[in-house]
Design a protein around this ligand. Structure first.
Ligand SMILES: Cc1ncc(COP(=O)(O)O)c(C=O)c1O
Length: 384
């Protein structure tokens, strides 16, 4: 193999965390060293500083950091007193943590379908899911729309159903912090928003982490208490059942540095997604943004029909190009979730998407020659 062929065949990372690490340079090392210097590893000054910066970034009154995106979903449901006999409507075309938190509280997830173009919760299926919940003798209490792959759900229509049905709307924005909807940033689109700082997320830390956003000061206070074992006046005064859901100070220090380059990374992600779409629209169904929506492109996901997906994945793999299928098995078809109710009419769009979607490498440091190699390989495989 000549030198050029070897370069061409070099494996491409799906998400290049190491390239970002290089860009950040010693800023991260210095930030971690500061924490090692002051030794306030739990709820140190960086935690408060990060919360203020996250709130300012998205425009929410309150940002509450926590240990993971899963805790960021769990805490608000606990604060709202969701429990046995309650139904929480969620999509099935999501990572299963969305429904997991509902079951952890003894409540019942009722699965609704998604829209094929946005991959996000279908407001009409949401209405049917509420009816299903009532027929099953459950009290519909909340809905968790997911901003899948980085694009916000249709909050105008979902909130309209939410107010008509008196549902608490909890935005699962684990994949979408930094995106916006009609000029408002994710974090302000629902009563409460949950996000994840898992390393592969658009804004990720170097371990587990998450955050909750709300404009409701009283609810924020309750969630801050739940985050620290239900603490009251101080940590030895317990006023409710809580958990240990704190974000580590070291992770907060990492996130403060990463937040500084996040706006530039969002612009890069948008540029890369646009390039993919322009180059692939004639050979696959490329993702479309709803009017007024921006995405942070946690995933760049195309759809291919007629069972060509496996062939595409294999052809790319042979050239060192990884792909991923989010999600090949929707939550309602996973064994622990099979017995939960589905919106009337079932979830035909979810089940079809599970057979058609495939995600391509996507991160802010994907350079044009590498992206061109991916594009050429996709085109070659789909045109064959
Ligand atoms: C849609 C969605 N919800 C929730 C989570 C859970 O986040 P975490 O892994 O930080 O607990 C994830 C993360 O993978 C996710 O993608």
């Amino acid at each position: 193999m000549n030198q050029q062929a070897r370069v061409d065949a070099a494996p491409i990372p799906f998400i290049d965390v190491a390239a970002q690490r290089r860009r950040l340079g010693t800023a991260i090392d210095d930030a971690i060293a500061r924490v090692l210097g002051h030794c306030q590893f739990i709820m140190g000054p960086e935690v408060r500083a990060l919360e203020a910066e996250l709130a300012a970034f998205c425009g929410a009154r309150q940002a509450i950091s926590c240990a993971s995106g899963t805790d960021a979903l769990l805490l608000p449901l606990m604060a709202k007193g969701i429990g046995p006999g309650d139904a929480v409507i969620c999509p099935s075309f999501t990572f299963h943590a969305t429904a997991e938190v509902v079951t952890l509280l003894g409540a019942t997830p009722v699965f609704a379908d998604v829209e094929a173009t946005s991959f996000n919760l279908d407001p009409e299926s949401l209405v049917r899911a509420v009816a299903t919940a009532r027929q099953a003798g459950l009290a519909p209490k909340a809905v968790i729309p997911v901003d899948l792959f980085g694009q916000p759900a249709d909050f105008n229509r979902i909130k309209a159903v939410g107010s008509a049905e008196n549902l608490f709307v909890l935005d699962d924005a684990a994949q979408a912090f930094g995106a916006s909807w009609q000029n408002r940033r994710v974090g302000t689109l629902a009563e409460v928003t949950a996000t994840s700082f898992f390393p592969a997320k658009p804004l990720g830390c170097y371990g587990d982490g998450g955050a909750i956003f709300t404009d409701d000061d009283a609810l924020a206070q309750t969630m801050r208490s739940i985050r620290v074992h239900g603490e009251g006046r101080d940590k030895y005064d317990c006023v409710r059942i809580g958990l240990n859901g704190r974000l580590d100070t070291i992770q907060a220090a990492v996130l403060i540095e990463k937040l500084k380059i996040f706006p530039a990374e969002i612009v890069a992600r948008e540029r890369i997604a646009r390039r993919y779409s322009e180059a692939l629209a004639d050979v696959a169904t490329v993702p479309k943004l709803a009017r007024g929506a921006t995405s942070v492109w946690a995933q760049y996901t195309i759809r291919v029909t007629d069972r060509r997906r496996d062939r595409l994945a294999a052809a790319l793999k042979a050239q060192g190009i990884p792909t991923a299928i989010y999600y090949s098995k929707p939550v309602h078809l996973q064994d622990p979730y099979r017995h939960f109710p589905l919106a009337e009419g079932g979830l035909p769009v979810t089940e079809r998407l599970a057979e058609e979607v495939i995600s391509l490498p996507m991160h802010a440091y994907l350079d044009e020659p590498t992206q061109d190699r991916i594009i050429a390989a996709v085109r070659e495989a789909l045109e064959a």
